[in-house]
Design a protein around this ligand. Structure first.
Ligand code: N01
Length: 896
């Protein structure tokens, strides 16, 4: 497409006199165009500076053969104006680059945006002028600019990275970069062509280049997962959803994880038979939709190495069936990263292209490129004479266009280049501390490249422009995030990153593709919907984490961290909040038990283990039920006596099933979960005495249960933690049984409610203060509450077995758990504590829902093995590494 007919609009200002605007925007792609439209509507004077000759951003530059979007085009569109939506019809499921560029030109015309864009103009410097409280910009074309606010809408993949191969300048043939493809096209007919790189750009262009070239040699360093696009008309099912209720469809996209309206998948892989797994995969393969296959197969695919490996195997099998030469097929199969951890690709005939006689694949892992010569490319083993080299080698992503293109100097002369030397730090991915009135659209720390960019861009732009409007109306002239808020966002980013498998791949998401770049996962992995709600929360909490100043208003600094909960805990609590449940204590004991039963039916099934058997054991007043969880490994195993949670009122020997299974898998031990009797039918000290009696019986019958003979271990959660702690005291005082160690997870240890955590976490974290009052009232009369059989903190705490005590930051019981651990330690008991940041009372027992609880459960399992005298071989695959990670895997190594 020719450059814009509208020439770069030179500022009327004489050279040396700056053009004065409220807001300057860099970039006229998807983000820049929408910014201009919104800013103008909000009454801001604006200019956009664009290096290219026309609008389009990435779609202006990436004109290589086969360039298309790989999010369905009906989803990859602006949604801010319903009339625009109906005024444009996409011709294909995945539109080509020329069609997308035409669309962006259409949008620019429709809203008359070009009149505020200075094309062919590069910013060469941006400096914050402290006295004027304005950004001063220098450009390579036309007047300087002085603006109140400076917004980078520069895209995430706009700075191509250099080829990093010696000798490019020596090459006598033609050289092209996919990211800077000539506008007039390139005639490759009859030529010997080399393509270096097999990311999305390479995978899209290789089949078309192969059709034109006399011979194509593909130089592949890392194979990538690619799926057939099955391009054509937009699928009728998606179209009818969109057309059936456009507003609802768009809203679902905005609240979704990836910015495309698909529901949250709930089935987990271990619940599905092999036939079901394969059927789901085949359906996804047939759909030709990246977001579908990345999110809809099974719930654990993106968070668990085992669930992910199932998909990797199935895709590798597909590659094997398409590519005829086994050696080539093997070289094309990715083994070094989980599916989705590196950006997968959509293709048209990619793998089949390697069956063509004029295509050769060179596996650079076996023969790295040594140099580019005048005639072609030399590897460690061979030389390839070529006429054309196409570099599909990617970009200095996310930070390249912001950090390195021009110096950006903030408050106190600080350069963004230096501030980000150890990796990008931002608040919300939108702002940076020390850089007032500076914003980024889809910056590092925002969902951006892990989402449908169109949806994220609209959200970012709306949020920024709405804030600028509100600040202006309130008389504020500067806005800047605080250090605390930015550090908190960094922590939240890191917490989110532990949820996904991105940390197990070296990719441009982490900066690993650029030599010397600091490794850090740059996009926000917490999802589009949660991100949107966090941004809204910042606003509703009075611009939390921002300093605001203005000449005629009092400065405001509402400091703080917007998210302190672990990301999955936040999701669970939000979901529970949306259910608007009545307080459990208002349901009565029977109603509450029925509620808990129903609630538990909705959770993911526990993972398979060796065996689960039910039985009864003799209690003090008759039989007590138990459930025994046995590992798949040969026994005999150490035995852990387990007490479920439920405030002495709720739950049973089956109600902590996922936790017990998880711990059995990790520890390799038998767990016997005891069905002790409940209040109000059986009040204090029944639960305590049942717990002790059960422990004694299990210890005496450990061998019959398939376990190692005594000593046993005890463990429990919440009221079960209370029973476990009490059992250890009773066993010490009543002559046994011998207990090798105690695991107390968020235990009740004392009858007073005056510790700070009872107030700090009184409501909002599922277990409330009033629910605890109710539990206590049902179980124990006030006169009995100081009895160590219910308040073990008031008992003698010396001479107890070694303990591992877990407490959660957002739990009313936090401080009494810590107090008990401290008291035991002070009395000489070997005690380890896990004070779990950002977690709530149920974090660790909601195995497979609260994924951030994995590392805590690994520590618990390690402790139990230590107590039992076993070597520290804890199953930690889902925490640390991908099954196929290569030994030199930097990120994986860092994670362990
Ligand atoms: O870049 P990439 P891309 N020697 O970084 C290889 C988006 N996009 O332009 O993996 C030899 O993915 C490198 O190898 P390795 C999309 O988000 C979207 O293809 O580092 N090889 C890799 O194979 C995408 O993810 C669409 O070992 C070298 C390749 O070059 C992102 O843009 C279309 C090398 C680079 O792959 C980037 O995609 C296109 C060297 N020195 C792009 N240096 C849509 O469909 C690098 N490589 C919307």
């Amino acid at each position: 497409m020719p450059d814009a007919m509208v020439a770069a609009r030179d500022s009327k200002a004489a050279s040396g006199t700056a053009q004065q605007v409220d807001v300057a925007v860099v970039g006229a792609g998807f983000a820049g165009l929408y910014l201009l439209h919104r800013l103008r509507k909000a009454g801001f004077t604006t200019v956009a500076l664009e290096e290219a000759g026309d609008v389009g951003g990435t779609w202006y530059w990436n004109r290589y053969p086969g360039a298309r979007c790989d999010i369905q085009t009906i989803d990859y569109s602006y949604t801010f104006d319903p009339e625009l939506e109906t005024a444009w019809t996409w011709s294909e499921k995945y539109a080509t680059q020329p069609e997308i560029l035409r669309y962006l030109g259409f949008v620019a015309d429709r809203y008359d945006l070009r009149r505020d864009i200075r094309f062919k103009t590069k910013v060469t410097e941006a400096k914050w002028d402290e006295a004027a409280e304005r950004w001063q910009l220098a450009t390579d074309n036309g007047a300087r600019i002085s603006c109140r606010h400076y917004i980078m809408a520069t895209g995430c993949l706009s700075a191509p990275k250099p080829p990093e191969i010696d000798g490019v300048k020596e090459f006598g043939g033609e050289v092209y970069f996919t990211g800077r493809w000539p506008h007039g096209g390139v005639n490759l007919a009859g030529k010997r062509v080399a393509v270096i790189g097999t990311g999305s750009s390479g995978i899209q262009s290789i089949p078309l280049i192969a059709e034109q070239a006399a011979h194509l040699t593909v130089f592949q360093r890392t194979p990538n997962f690619a799926l057939p696009a099955h391009n054509g008309p937009s699928p009728s099912d998606r179209m009818s959803l969109l057309q059936g209720d456009r507003a609802a469809y768009r809203e679902q996209a905005r609240q979704s994880m990836a910015g495309v309206p698909y529901p949250q998948q709930t089935a987990v892989s271990w619940q599905l038979s092999d036939a079901e797994l394969r059927a789901r995969f085949e359906e996804a393969w047939g759909k030709g939709d990246l977001v579908y296959i990345l999110t809809q197969l099974w719930a654990d695919q993106g968070v668990d190495v085992d669930g992910n490996k199932l998909i990797c195997d199935l895709i590798r099998e597909k590659i094997g069936t398409i590519v005829k030469d086994p050696e080539t097929a093997a070289a094309l199969m990715p083994h070094d990263h989980p599916f989705g951890a590196k950006r997968p690709c959509l293709d048209t005939n990619y793998y089949a292209t390697y069956n063509r006689p004029n295509v050769t694949l060179v596996n650079l892992r076996q023969e790295p490129i040594k140099a580019i010569t005048a005639d072609g490319i030399t590897t460690g083993k061979r030389s390839f004479d070529v006429d054309v080299i196409v570099f599909a080698t990617g970009f200095d992503a996310m930070t390249g266009a912001i950090r390195a293109v021009h110096p950006i100097t903030g408050r106190g002369g600080k350069s963004l280049y230096d501030v980000w030397a150890q990796g990008p730090q931002t608040y919300l991915g939108l702002t940076v501390e020390g850089f007032p009135n500076f914003f980024m659209i889809t910056g590092p720390g925002s969902p951006s490249v892990l989402s449908n960019m169109a949806v994220s861009i609209e959200q970012h732009v709306d949020w920024v422009v709405d804030r600028l409007k509100a600040l202006r109306d309130a008389g504020f002239t500067t806005v800047e995030p605080t250090e605390t808020a930015q550090a908190g966002w960094g922590q939240h980013m890191a917490d989110c990153a532990t949820l996904t498998l991105h940390r197990l791949a070296n990719t441009w998401y982490t900066g690993a593709n650029v030599p010397g770049k600091v490794h850090a996962l740059m996009p926000y992995t917490g999802g589009v919907g949660p991100y949107r709600s966090i941004c809204d929360e910042v606003t509703s909490r009075g611009m939390l984490g921002f300093k605001l100043t203005g000449p005629d208003v009092a400065a405001q600094c509402n400091d703080g961290e917007v998210v302190r909960l672990q990301p999955d805990v936040r999701l669970v609590l939000n979901l529970l909040g949306q259910l608007n449940l009545p307080p459990i204590e208002s349901m009565g004991a029977l109603g509450a038990r029925a509620f808990v039963d129903e609630f538990n039916k909705g959770r993911p099934a526990g993972r398979p283990i060796g065996a689960v058997t039910d039985g009864t054991l003799p209690g003090t007043d008759g039989p007590l039920p138990y459930r025994l969880y046995r590992p798949a490994t040969p026994g005999p195993h150490p035995v852990v006596v387990y007490f479920h949670g439920g405030g002495w009122v709720l739950g049973d020997e089956q109600s902590d099933d996922p936790f017990c299974r998880d711990m059995v898998r990790r520890t390799g031990m038998i767990f016997v979960s005891v069905g002790y009797r409940h209040a109000p039918e059986h009040r204090f000290p029944t639960a305590a005495e049942d717990g002790y009696a059960a422990t004694r019986w299990i210890a005496e019958h450990a061998a019959e249960l398939g376990g190692q003979p005594s000593p046993v271990l005890v463990a429990g959660w919440s009221a079960g933690g209370n029973i476990a702690a009490v059992t250890c005291q009773l066993a010490r005082d009543r002559g046994g049984p011998e207990i090798a160690g105690q695991l107390l997870v968020c235990p009740v240890t004392d009858c007073t409610f005056d510790r700070p955590s009872y107030n700090d976490n009184a409501t909002g974290y599922f277990l409330t203060r009033s629910l605890m009052y109710w539990f206590w009232d049902l179980y124990c009369s006030p006169a009995d509450r100081t009895d160590p059989r219910v308040s073990p903190l008031r008992g003698k705490v010396s001479g107890l077995p070694p303990a591992f005590v877990v407490t959660c930051e957002f739990d009313p019981l936090r401080d009494e758990g810590i107090a008990y651990a401290d008291a035991m330690a002070a009395a000489g008991v070997p005690v380890e504590q896990l004070k779990a940041r950002g977690h709530f009372h149920s974090s660790f027992t909601m195995a497979d829902v609260i994924i951030t609880g994995v590392s805590g459960r690994v520590q618990m399992a390690e402790a139990l093995r230590r107590f039992a005298g076993l070597p520290p071989e804890v199953r930690r695959g889902d925490e640390n590494s991908h099954g196929h990670a290569s030994p030199g895997h930097k990120i994986a190594a860092a994670a362990s």
